[in-house]
Design a protein around this ligand. Structure first.
Ligand SMILES: [Zn+2]
Length: 589
């Protein structure tokens, strides 16, 4: 037996599952899916086992394509991996049908009460399968090194729409239910399997894209994301034709734990992107970039996550440079670098130097708990270093060949290094690749972004800016990130009176400011911190704000009491991550 992935029971000596036919009935009152999953194998099976990943699934029956019952054992659940579902296949079996029910606390699913939605009338359900949660919805080989195509039929209340990361086939209403049929012809990694059910409306954005959201949100979203066509054009100019036909966007309810999730054909995004100034479209650039880097070529498992997110951060900054110009791209790169340096410093201080490497070792470690910006931003800097060494023209040709070579596949760090050495001989030695891949922290001499606007922000230093200072939200964000902390309460108070950071609708600016204020003991912001923590579920904001509260003895108890009240509204993934942080708080400053 040879396991493919430290986070999956999939075994490369066993048959390969290549497609899924999925029927599921969504039951809001019991918070369960009653489902049947037919898994088709790449070739007729020989007698032997087929190990699948599952978590919390109640298996009713398993039969094969001849209608015979398939003997199976469902092992006891293991904390990170879930329960191994082991099938005994007979000679010549082509497919198996598993009938089952999901658990009410399935880790991929969040069931929202009407009060947790913008409309307040209908319930809402959505999935989030990355990193290893697909197994709580469908029993399968839940590793990015296995891809499946799928057909799905979701039965939902007729008042609701069901959307999937797939191509729409049909909606059939009968009585008080609707069956929505979707089909995904391009093979995807299981972490990209996705759906949402709710009161949803759409607006066209361009020839290949529309935005979906709750009816009261959809017009604002359409305005915010109006630049979709130019972004798609930029992506194709850089990386070749878009492989997924459509790029639709679904604006999620506030509890969505991430900025965005690059589910193919239907990217999920947090409503915190609706800043009313189009400043957050960089997250869309990031999710779009995943169409190539990630969805087309992904990491073989979580230990090589940088190949997914590092490439995507690099692509995001390149797309931003094309759409918004080099000045804005340099500002973004500078913000990313601040976040990276801060994260690396914290990991080293807390004794987690291993997590500052690009290639990580994660046996026995939950990938959600070690999620950080390191694979994103250290990965981006490594690729940027290679670009600077060989020149942009050669690098761009290299990137296209990489994407072509591993198209619809998965890559390890070793495979990436071998490919790079073949295409760009000697470059790895010249840039000191081992320091990047297996070394801790950020290597000396890492590239630094430069631009006139960036210089201007840096020259502002930490003096109180004049009242007529006119900066973009990205520039304010960077300036706030660069402020020393703690800084005096008098300074915080003067800043708070002069600029509307506490009240701004731009969450990047707001949270950057709240973090400075928390670190400085400026307690006037505490009501706003509490408001954010009880109304927003995006982990990018929750984690630093809770951390800021926990770092001061005076506010540590407040962190616990807010969490106790707010946890029920958080996504299960956010809840687990925050629980771990509260249990092991950072040392007080
Ligand atoms: Zn990403």
């Amino acid at each position: 037996m040879a396991r493919l992935d430290p986070h999956s029971y999939a075994d490369d000596t066993q048959p390969k599952v290549v497609s899924l036919d999925w029927e599921a009935r969504v039951d809001f009152p019991s918070r369960t899916l009653e489902a049947a999953a037919t898994l088709t194998l790449a070739a007729a099976a020989k007698v032997g086992p087929l190990d699948l990943d599952s978590r919390g699934l109640e298996i009713t029956s398993i039969s094969d394509d001849r209608g015979d019952a398939v003997p199976f054992t469902l092992a006891a659940s293991e904390p990170i991996l879930g329960a191994r579902l082991s099938l005994s296949l007979g000679e010549g079996v082509r497919s198996v049908t598993i009938r089952y029910r999901t658990a009410p606390d399935a880790s991929a699913l969040q069931w929202l009460e009407p009060a947790q939605t913008a409309g307040g009338v209908q319930p809402y359900l959505f999935s989030q399968c990355q990193a290893i949660h697909a197994r709580s919805v469908v029993p399968l080989q839940d590793t990015p090194s296995r891809r499946i195509t799928y057909n799905a039929a979701l039965t939902v209340p007729a008042a609701l729409r069901a959307l999937m990361a797939a191509g729409f086939v049909a909606r059939e209403v009968s009585g008080d239910v609707a069956v929505e049929r979707w089909s995904m012809p391009q093979p995807l990694a299981p972490y990209l399997f996705a759906f949402a059910v709710g009161d949803l409306a759409s607006r066209e954005l361009g020839t290949r894209s529309r935005v979906w959201a709750e009816p009261s949100v959809v017009d604002g979203a359409a305005w915010e994301f109006a630049e979709m066509d130019s972004m798609l054009a930029a992506g194709e100019a850089l990386f070749g034709p878009y492989a997924w036909e459509r790029f639709d966007i679904l604006v999620m309810p506030p509890s969505f734990p991430f900025g965005g999730m690059e589910n193919p054909r239907l990217t999920f995004v947090t409503p915190t992107l609706l800043a009313k100034d189009r400043s957050q479209v960089r997250v869309i650039a990031h999710e779009l970039a995943h169409a190539w880097t990630g969805n087309l070529v992904t990491n073989a498992n979580a230990e090589h996550f940088w190949l997914n997110e590092g490439w995507t951060r690099y692509a995001e900054i390149r797309i931003t440079e094309m759409v918004e110009g080099p000045d804005v791209a340099a500002l973004l790169a500078a913000i990313c670098r601040r976040n990276l340096d801060e994260t690396v410093e914290r990991f080293l201080r807390e004794g987690h130097g291993g997590l500052t490497r690009l290639r990580t070792h994660l046996t026995g470690i939950d990938p959600d708990e070690v999620f950080s910006v390191v694979p994103y931003d250290k990965g981006e800097l490594f690729l940027r270093t290679i670009e600077l060494e060989v020149g942009r023209q050669r690098f761009d040709a290299f990137a296209k060949r990489y994407l072509d070579t591993f198209r619809f596949g998965a890559v390890t760090t070793e495979a990436f290094l071998a490919f790079t050495e073949g295409e760009l001989p000697g470059v790895l030695a010249r840039v000191g690749a081992p320091r990047w891949v297996d070394g801790e922290g950020v290597p000396e001499g890492a590239p630094v972004a430069r631009s006139a606007r960036l210089d201007a922000v840096e020259q502002m230093g930490d003096a109180l800016p004049p009242a007529d200072t006119d900066l973009s939200s990205t520039e304010w964000n960077l300036w706030l990130e660069r402020l020393p902390r703690p800084i005096s309460r008098e300074f915080c108070s003067a800043l708070d009176q002069r600029f509307p950071f506490t009240a701004t609708g731009n969450m990047e600016v707001k949270v950057a400011w709240l973090r400075v204020a928390l670190a400085s003991g400026y307690d006037a912001v505490l009501p706003e911190v509490e408001r954010v923590l009880t109304t927003v579920g995006r982990m990018k904001y929750l984690v630093p704000l809770y951390t800021g509260l926990l770092e001061r003895t005076e506010t540590a108890e407040l962190a616990r009491s807010i969490f106790a009240r707010a946890a029920a509204g958080y996504h299960p993934i956010a809840c687990a991550v925050l629980k771990a942080r509260l249990a092991k708080p950072p040392p007080p400053r």
